[in-house]
Design a protein around this ligand. Structure first.
Ligand SMILES: Cc1ncc(COP(=O)(O)O)c(C=O)c1O
Length: 413
């Protein structure tokens, strides 16, 4: 089921992991003069910074915490509104809630990322930030969204969890906002099972993010220090084990991107003559990761039939990637395992008047109701991509899947 990185795990990751285990130094901090301390987390931060061309990064334990840290470092808190798409993994929304701010759900457009026109409509005097999610391996409409954020004096956070290594106009995603955040969970470009990263060009923001990720400490601390810390933090640290695996995976990132691009091209060419299909808009086709091929059927009824035939359903059904399916975000009563009905308390907090309901984003619903995700490199039922190929599929397998797709579509259009 996983993403491309997981399929590429082999001797390099094993060697890196054993090397760390043999030293016994599994914690991110250590004595630099001790040869047994390999400083893998620190090295990962340096190498990812270089790869992304983003000067400051903090390695953390998940993409969710990376988002929460970014919001905290920007000082976003109670009563502040953050505009976020209704089509994204639930973590984008929950990170805002756990920053005690108010998520303001906005529409997506044919790119399946934030619709700039709706973002403009959703701005209020309480808005502090826009969270642009680069969904399904593709950069969103960065120029338009950045322009809106600048004109309205709003922070821009790029949620790059699904797009590590994707580029927009030649620059890696995460470069454009105040923060870029990344995930290294099992479905992502590179993986250590779990893990995340925060990236910024601003030294002050970096120091705040670092402090929040580790009990208020300053970067590069050696052991336990006391001093005049001004920031409270929690523990979102990455271990040396995860960093060792990720360093090996990072070496493979560009190669994977190339392989995915070739496989996607072959798949798309194999179905390009089918009338009635249209494709997701891609703001920068050069820079996409090619982890998925997303297409639109003419209407929802046809899309559902084709999705059922292929076993992947439509994108609207892809679990907690769609606001309509987030029963704990929509303000309706949920019965927990003890039989006790509850509503999440945060929504009444400060911002007060925000309401969430099923069907509140009709443009989004209409688009994802007739969209199908074909896996090129992320085979994930939860993402609606339970049909397709993987980064290791050969031409025979690709052609077989193309045939299967053609047959399914041929029955209905
Ligand atoms: C768009 C998006 N944001 C955030 C996250 C959270 O990342 P993690 O699972 O590493 O916490 C994910 C993970 O699936 C995601 O897809």
């Amino acid at each position: 089921m996983p993403g491309p990185g997981a399929y590429m795990i082999s001797e390099e990751e094993k060697k890196a992991l054993i090397e760390v285990i043999e030293t016994g130094s599994l914690f991110r901090y250590g004595d630099k003069s001790d040869p047994k301390f390999l400083a893998k987390v620190w090295q990962l931060e340096q190498d990812v910074s270089k790869y992304l061309k983003i000067p400051y990064t903090v390695a953390v334990n998940s993409g969710t915490m990376a988002l929460w840290i970014a919001l905290g470092a920007l000082g976003i808190g109670p009563g502040d509104e953050v505009i976020v798409p209704g089509y994204t993994f639930i973590a984008s929304i929950t990170s805002i809630i756990f920053a005690r701010a108010v998520p303001v759900l906005a529409e997506i457009d044919e790119s399946l990322t934030l619709d700039p026109e709706d973002v403009k409509r959703k701005i209020t005097p309480r808005t502090r930030a826009i969270m642009l999610v680069h969904m399904l391996g593709n950069p969103g409409r960065i120029d338009e969204i950045k322009d809106i954020s600048q004109k309205n004096d709003l922070y821009l956070v790029e949620d790059c969890a699904q797009a590590f290594g994707a580029t927009y106009k030649g620059k890696k995603v995460g470069h454009f906002g105040d923060f870029g955040t990344y995930s290294f969970n099992i479905f992502k470009t590179i993986t250590a099972g779990d893990g995340g990263m925060v990236g910024t060009k601003d030294k002050g923001l970096y120091e705040r993010a670092f402090a929040i990720h580790d009990q208020g400490h300053l970067p590069l601390r050696q052991g336990v220090e006391r001093g005049s810390r001004t920031v409270l933090g929690l523990d979102c640290r990455m271990t040396e084990l995860a960093a060792a695996v990720l360093l090996a995976q990072l070496e493979k990132a560009d190669g994977m991107k190339k392989m995915l691009k070739e496989k996607k091209k072959r798949f798309k060419e194999g179905i390009s003559d089918i009338k009635g299909l249209s494709y997701r808009a891609i703001p920068d086709p050069e820079g996409e990761l090619s982890t998925l091929l997303t297409l639109f059927l003419p209407d929802e009824n046809t899309a559902r039939k084709v999705g059922d035939e292929l076993g992947c359903g439509v994108v609207a059904d892809s679990g907690w990637h769609v606001y309509n399916n987030m029963e704990h975000v929509l303000e309706k009563k949920v019965v927990d395992s003890t039989g006790c009905p509850y509503t999440c308390p945060y929504y009444k907090d400060k911002g007060g008047s925000m309401e969430y309901s099923s069907g509140m984003l009709p443009k989004t619903d209409a688009l994802i109701g007739r969209a199908i995700n074909i896996s090129i490199g992320v085979f994930d039922v939860g993402l609606g991509s339970g049909f397709g190929i993987t980064v290791t599929s050969d031409n025979n397998e690709i052609d077989e899947k193309i045939e299967k797709f053609r047959k399914a579509v041929g029955k209905y259009i």
